[in-house]
Write a protein that binds this ligand. Sequence first.
Ligand code: TNX
Length: 513
Amino acid sequence: AAASGLVGIIQAPAAHAAALSLQSVVPAPVSVQPATGVTYTLPAAATIQTPTGSPAATAVGTHLADLLRPSTGYALPVTTTSGTPTSGIALLLTGADPSVGTEGYQLDVTAALITIRAQTPAGLFHGAQTLRQLLPAAVEARTVQPGPWEVAGGRIVDYPRYGYRGAMLDVSRHFFGVDVVKRYLDEISQYKINTLHLHLSDDQGWRIVIDAWPRLATVGGSTQVGGGAGGYYTKAQYTDLVNYAAARHITIVPEIDMPGHVNAAQASYAELNCNDTAPPLYTGTSVGFSSLCVGKEVTYTFVQQVLTELAALTPGPYLHLGGDEANSTSDADYRTFMNRVQPYVDALGKTVMGWHQVGQADHSPGRIAQYWGTSTSDADLSAAVSKGAKVVMSPANKAYLDMKYTNQTPLGLTWAGLIEVQTAYNWDPATLLPGVPAGAILGVEAPLWSETITKLADIEYMAFPRLPALAELAWSPQSARNWDTFKTRLGAQGPRWTAQNINFYRSPQVPWT
Ligand code: TNX
């Protein structure tokens, strides 16, 4: 199927198209200097050279080789060197423009070689994603394609606007197995997303094994919206996901939603209910009807044990406590509960993340409030910020990948509005909320809730092309962003997605090429 999508490319009558412009990259780089008339052509004997003494940099070289080998048919051996290469593709941890910081890179293309320089392996990884986009779209095919594999000459110096560039996947309303999540990690990593937030529990399903409370997974994970079989990750599977993400320089943020959105847990253990009676499993799509029992000691034993096991599975800094739509918890109980459980996260050496309603509770060191509202001010968010929280921006009427594009979109919801690509793109995370100082914004996350999403093709259809649009908000300087140039660059991603077999929405707003 991937190959059939490439027929137009393969049979194009022209000898070959000119190398892609350095200006064609998504997200838009900070600085691009084309070298007119200079082109690099990848030779069949090219090597990918990486610095001695950095297994993580060499791993980026291997990742790049794995991407390029199937379509080029070249061997592309990955070697280590302590010198300065003069041919092939070189990844170096020295000599980058200092502006690139901890995640940026400098890419130089001459007729002789391609050099990616960075201060960290993460920077090299992001530079490799840029290089990928500068090669012809057919490079994304998984079968051998005709070259030539040309890259336009010049220099790119690039680094992110925000340190938090996220996607969220709701694996609770519908469960998605390890293979689907890995594929999504592959897809989002091309756009320099560095965080995947997994919504691991909700009324409809509990998706991670907790040894101290085994029925959470075996009972709470046994169904999903619509009554299907659901599922859960074993600890080994979850660790596999964490490692797979890390190899793509993506941090996984696990969320256990509390004190609401807990029916799956309460159905698994009667003692988690104030009336000591387990409710039935839930397969509908209502929200706000469940609450942990704030007055019971066992509630806190439960939360502490769950968070302790989750922290042990989490090399990343954040544990997300949810905290949204606790409509069946009184305001006083909400504060009592959050004020007691947030310190568990601190004590585990992690940082609290929560939906912006956590602003009602006390601050916790480094806390992040994730804004999901649809207006330009919010009292809970303002409270969180005034107490010292940083903000991740996920405004539901701009950043929610589960909203329909148009009334005709077969999947998705409409409660926050219709979100066509231009709507997802045309806002500035720093100024959307006039009451929140720009310096409080840590980044942007694009959540995909899964009430109506049941399979990989659905995830792809809702995320593409909006996820790349939101990735550009998170990475590119506001001054480099412009809908008219973006839509053209986005349209040029279409053949790449076709080659990758991504099921995307061909928005009429975008000039697809
Ligand atoms: C609101 S956003 C929710 C979720 C739903 C979503 C559907 C948020 C923190 N809570 O429980 O899945 O809307 O769009």
